[in-house]
Design a protein. Sequence first.
Length: 294
Amino acid sequence: MRDNVKRSLTWALKLGVTTLALWWVFRNVEREEVVSLLRNSEWGWFIITFLLLNLSQVISGYRNLGLYQCLGVELSPWMAIKLYYVGMFYNLFLPGGIGGDGYKVYWLQKQYKSGVKKLSASVLIDRMCGMLALGVLLLGLASFLPKDIWPHPAAIWVGPTLLIAGIFGFFFIYYRWFPSFKPALWRSVGLSFVIQVLQVISVLFILQALGIFDKALSYLVVFLGSSIMAVIPITIGGFGAREVFMVYAVELLPIDKGEAVALTLSFFMIAVASSLIGGLVRLPKPKPEPVVTT
């Protein structure tokens, strides 16, 4: 009972933070501009984005499979993809705060008894690989921005320093604390880069749909930065956190607040549509605990 109350309070807090963030965002942008951009967008590009984004989700499920196999989980690729979609659905629509990752751990533990700690570690590694790829792409694209946008010449070296430290830290943590997942290391890292590149292409399609493709580099950098913010579990599905980051980024890069918010809203709505697929997926019921008789 206490756990249920705690999860409900956590979800309510996230809902409150999300609402507050969106209220602040729409106080600081021209709502009419955002609505106009969305209304006049080319919706065919959104359909292509939806398909491409779902391709990245399918690959994400396959990436998870490699980590599960390190724990002896005999899961088919199709089942791993289905489980990933269910997790996406629960991340957005399951009240109570357990989230998609928590449900995946619960379901796999009931089915395969692999250990909650090890299954939770697979979730953490999955996130780490995604963040590594995201960080490398972000700093790589940022290196093409005009040098005069940085507040101090020394700031140019912050990115490469963080990149080197991040890569070193990733491999140190992976080999030091997660040795049982070594067989899946390069597969997970490689697929993470494929996934992030597909999402970058998805953003380019959204920019084309909104008619702001000419500012693609700046928007890509800011969007990838906002994706890091969205990982922090303080809002529902990162909704609100991305938009707040975008509004602040206007002070650094030559982008428009309304256009930036239209971009993140478009991406979020397409992601929601993808997540709805998980609500149609049916997984085998978790195996019941054996009854012990005396």
